[in-house]
Write a protein that binds this ligand. Structure first.
Ligand code: FMN
Length: 145
């Protein structure tokens, strides 16, 4: 079975609820999913994943510190060619999603689903997040065919 891992952080729960909808969408596409908060997650959590999905809201123009630290942790894993995707909630500028996307692409050589899911907090729609999860699941399955 194809496997995905969602690593995220969230202060107020908006990015967390997006993570849950993406999880549903991945399951809809037949992919097994492990969802973890970034604090405490390690490179071992990525070892048998076909797709790695990172979630962070934007605070002060940046992703959360726990996700930034996890991106350094990700250096320990061989991620070349794996599917990546980024998502997060934001209030007005939304820098976290493009930053996570760029790092997965340029540093780790991953096949990143673009654009990432950058959700304006007041317009959050669980159906759109779920569809994004399905799209990631389909990409993971394409890669291994
Ligand atoms: C102190 C503070 C700083 C913030 N800075 C930004 C920012 O630079 N850009 C932005 O788009 N949103 C910013 N936001 C809005 C959050 O990204 C938004 O509320 C988001 O939905 C929070 O997600 P969470 O519930 O997953 O923590 C900020 C919010 C707070 C409270």
């Amino acid at each position: 079975m194809y496997k995905a891992v969602i690593i995220y952080d969230s202060r107020k729960g908006h990015t967390e609820s997006i993570a849950r909808s993406i999880e549903q969408g991945l399951r809809d596409s037949g992919v097994d999913v492990n969802v973890k908060k970034a604090t405490g997650a390690t490179a071992n959590d990525l070892s048998d994943a076909d797709a790695i999905v990172l979630g962070s809201p934007t605070y002060h123009g940046e992703m959360m510190a726990s996700i930034r630290a996890f991106l350094f942790e990700m250096e320990k894993a061989d991620l070349r060619g794996k599917v990546g995707a980024a998502f997060g909630s934001y209030g007005w500028s939304g820098e976290a999603v493009p930053r996570m996307t760029e790092t997965m692409k340029h540093v780790f050589g991953m096949n990143v689903v673009e654009p990432g899911l950058n959700v304006l907090e007041r317009q959050s729609d669980p159906n759109i997040s779920r569809e994004f999860g399905k799209k990631i699941g389909e990409s993971a399955q394409q890669r291994r065919k």
